[in-house]
Design a protein around this ligand. Structure first.
Ligand SMILES: Nc1ncnc2c1ncn2[C@@H]1O[C@H](COP(=O)(O)OP(=O)(O)O)[C@@H](O)[C@H]1O
Ligand SMILES: [Mg+2]
Length: 578
C-alpha cells in the first residue's frame, strides 16, 4: 500500500479528481454506446423515434434529439481527456522527482562508510534508470485506477441493460484475471532480475569508462567488449521476457474476453432472451469493457513489474538513512586539543586495521604520519576527520567525546586534502569556494596561502577560468594546490593532508612545502607523508605500522631510536621515496 501511495504521488486531491473524471468518463461512454446502439437499431427498423426501456428508465425520444444529446456527451467526454491526461502526467513526474530528490538527500546524509562502500556507477543508475523504471509504476497505477473505474461503470451499466448477460461476462472476466495471476507473478520476478541486471550493467560500464585508457594501451578492447556484451546479453534476455509478458498477458486477456462475449451472445440467442436493441447495446458495452479489462490487466501487470524498482530505490534510501551518523548538539568553537584513547577500528568484524591507538595533539602542532603502505594511515585520517567512528576506545576533542559536537561546528573546524585531487567542472573560484558561502576575498586569501594565486593570475580568465571535467589543462601540482586552497578557504582550525606530495614533480613539491610551511602558524596540521623531506616541518611524527602507533616523537628522537624511521631516512637519502 505504501508503494501504491508513493506511485500515486502522495496527493489525495489529484487521485480523487482522477477517480471522479474516470467514473464520469465511463458513464458518458456507456450512455454514448447505449444510445448509438438504440439509434442504430431504430434506424434499421425504419423508425423515427426510439422507444425502449434502459433498465428502470423508459425512453421515448426522436432519433434527432437523441443523436444531438449523444453528440453533446461525446464533446464532454472529449473535454474530460484533458484532466485524464494531465493528472497522470503530473503524478508520474512528481513521483520521479520525489524519488530522485529523496534518494540523493538520503545519500548525502548517509555515513561516509556507507558512501565509500557503494559500487561504481550505482548511484547514477539508481537515480536515473531505476528511478525512471519505478516512476513508470505511476503511469501504470494511474492507468489502473482509471481503467478499473471506467470498467466498473461500463459493467454496471451493462448490468442495468441486461443483467444476465453482463453478470455472466463479469464473472468469467474475473475468473480469467485470477487464472492469469501466476503470469503476473512471473513478470514481477523477471522485473526483479532486470533491476539487478541494470545495477550490474551500470557498474560494469562505469568501470570500463574509468579504465578506458588502460584498455586501449593494453589492447584489450575485445576482452572488455566481451565482458560488457555478456552484461548486455543478460539484460536482453530478461528484458525480452518482461516485454513479452507485459504484452502477452493483456492481449490474451482481451482475446479471451471476446471469446466469452461471443459465446455469451450465442447462449442468449439460443435462449431467445432480450430485445435486439438492448442486446446490441450490451454487446457494445461489453466489448468496450473487454478492452478496459485489458487495460486493467496491463496496468496491474505494469505496477507489479515496477515494484522491484520501487523497492530497490526505497530500500536504498532506508539503508542510507539507517547509516546517518549520530551527532550531538554541543558547540565546538575552538579546537585546543585532540586525543585518541585506545582507539581501534575494523572494516570487517574481527580484522582490526587500527589497534589501541593512543595520542594527544595540542593546538597549533604540525604532526607527520608515516608508515608502510597498508599500515592504516588513511584509516587513521578518516577517524581523525570524524568520517568513520572508532569501534573501541574514545576520540576526544577538548576532552569531550567527538560524538557530542554538532556536525556543523565540526565541519567548520576540520578540513581535508585528499591524496588524489578531485575538481569539479566549474571555475577555479567555484572549485575553491565549493558551495560554501564565501566571498572572493576568502577565496583569494586561501589561494595565496596555498601558493596557487600567482598561477591562477596567469590563466586566461583568472579566477573565472573554467576547469574541464578532467582538469587536463591544470597540472597535478596545481590541482593539488587548488584542493589545498579549497581546504583552507573556510579558515579551518585542523587541516589533514593525505600524502599530498605523492604525485608531484620536485618543483611542485617545493611550492607545496612552502605553502605547508606558511600554514604551520595558521592551523593544527596532520600530514600523511610519503617523502621524508615533508617531515622536516613537523613538530612530531607518528610511525604507524601494522595498525599500531609504533612511535610518536620528534624527528630528532625518531632518527635515533626508531628503526623504521632510520631505514626510511636512509632510503630517502639514496634518492628513493617510499
Ligand atoms: N574500505 C575498506 N574496506 C576494507 N578494508 C579496507 C578499506 N580501506 C582500507 N582497508 C584495509 O585497511 C588497511 C589499512 O588501509 P589504509 O588505511 O588505506 O592504509 P595506508 O593509508 O596506510 O596505506 C589495509 O589493509 C587495507 O586493505
Ligand atoms: Mg593511504
Amino acid at each position: 500500500m505504501a508503494r501504491f501511495r508513493l506511485l500515486l504521488g502522495d496527493s489525495y486531491w489529484r487521485v480523487s479528481t482522477l477517480m471522479v473524471a474516470s467514473v464520469v468518463a465511463g458513464l458518458i461512454e456507456a450512455a454514448i454506446l447505449a444510445s448509438v446502439a438504440q439509434a442504430a437499431a431504430a434506424l434499421v427498423d425504419g423508425a423515427r423515434r426510439v422507444d425502449t426501456a434502459i433498465g428502470p428508465l423508459h425512453l421515448n425520444e426522436s432519433i434527432t434529439i437523441m443523436l444531438a444529446v449523444t453528440f453533446g456527451l461525446a464533446v464532454v467526454r472529449l473535454l474530460l481527456q484533458v484532466p485524464l491526461s494531465i493528472l497522470p502526467a503530473r503524478i508520474v513526474t512528481i513521483t520521479a522527482a520525489k524519488l530522485q530528490r529523496d534518494t540523493f538527500a538520503a545519500f548525502t546524509r548517509a555515513s561516509w562508510a556507507e558512501k565509500a562502500s557503494a559500487l561504481e556507477g550505482h548511484l547514477q543508475e539508481l537515480l536515473s534508470n531505476q528511478v525512471w523504471q519505478a516512476s513508470q509504476g505511476s503511469v501504470a497505477a494511474t492507468g489502473l485506477i482509471s481503467s478499473v473505474l471506467t470498467l466498473a461503470t461500463l459493467v454496471f451499466t451493462a448490468l442495468l441493460l441486461n443483467a444476465v448477460a453482463a453478470a455472466g461476462v463479469l464473472v468469467l472476466a474475473i475468473l480469467l484475471f485470477v487464472v492469469l495471476r501466476p503470469l503476473n507473478q512471473l513478470a514481477a520476478r523477471r522485473a526483479r532480475g532486470l533491476s539487478q541486471a541494470g545495477m550490474n550493467f551500470a557498474s560494469g560500464v562505469g568501470e570500463a569508462g574509468r579504465l578506458a585508457e588502460e584498455t586501449q594501451v593494453f589492447g584489450v578492447g575485445t576482452a572488455q567488449r566481451q565482458r560488457i556484451d555478456q552484461l548486455v546479453e543478460q539484460m536482453r534476455g530478461l528484458y525480452f521476457r518482461t516485454q513479452l509478458l507485459g504484452r502477452l498477458v493483456p492481449n490474451v486477456y482481451q482475446s479471451v474476453v471476446y471469446l466469452i462475449v461471443v459465446a455469451g451472445l450465442a447462449l442468449l440467442h439460443a435462449a431467445n432472451a432480450g430485445h435486439v436493441a438492448s442486446l446490441g447495446a450490451v454487446v457494445l458495452l461489453l466489448v468496450r469493457a473487454g478492452s478496459y479489462g485489458q487495460q486493467v490487466q496491463g496496468s496491474y501487470l505494469g505496477v507489479r513489474q515496477t515494484w522491484p524498482y520501487v523497492d530497490r530505490v526505497l530500500g536504498t534510501q532506508r539503508h542510507y538513512l539507517a547509516s546517518v551518523p549520530v551527532t550531538g548538539s554541543r558547540q565546538l568553537t575552538h579546537v585546543r586539543k585532540l586525543a585518541f584513547e585506545s582507539v581501534s577500528y575494523a572494516y570487517v568484524p574481527n580484522r582490526r586495521v587500527l589497534s589501541t591507538i593512543t595520542f594527544d595533539v595540542a593546538e597549533g602542532e604540525t604532526v607527520g604520519i608515516v608508515g608502510p603502505s597498508g599500515a592504516g594511515k588513511s584509516t587513521l585520517v578518516q577517524l581523525l576527520l570524524g568520517l568513520r567512528a572508532q569501534d573501541e576506545g574514545r576520540y576526544l576533542v577538548n576532552d569531550v567525546p567527538v560524538e557530542q559536537f554538532s556536525s556543523s561546528d565540526w565541519t567548520a573546524r576540520f578540513a581535508y586534502v585528499p591524496q588524489e585531487p578531485r575538481l569539479m567542472h566549474a571555475s577555479v573560484a567555484d572549485n575553491i569556494c565549493y558551495f560554501r558561502p564565501l566571498d572572493h576575498a576568502a577565496v583569494e586569501r586561501a589561494a595565496r596561502l596555498a601558493r596557487i594565486h600567482d598561477d591562477i593570475l596567469t590563466w586566461s580568465h583568472g579566477y573565472d577560468t573554467l576547469i574541464g571535467p578532467r582538469a587536463d589543462a591544470v597540472s597535478g601540482g596545481q590541482q593539488q594546490r587548488i584542493c589545498i586552497a579549497r581546504a583552507l578557504a573556510a579558515e579551518p582550525e585542523v587541516l589533514v593532508l593525505d600524502e599530498p606530495t605523492s604525485s608531484l614533480d620536485p618543483q611542485s613539491e617545493n611550492l607545496l612545502q612552502q605553502s605547508l610551511r606558511g600554514l604551520k602558524s595558521e592551523v593544527t596540521l596532520f600530514i600523511v607523508a610519503h617523502r621524508m623531506s615533508t617531515l622536516d616541518i613537523c613538530d612530531r611524527v607518528m610511525v604507524v605500522a601494522d595498525g599500531k602507533l609504533e612511535a610518536f616523537d620528534t624527528v630528532e628522537n625518531l632518527k635515533q631510536g626508531n628503526a623504521y624511521y632510520r631505514h626510511a631516512t636512509e632510503l630517502a637519502r639514496g634518492g628513493t621515496s617510499f
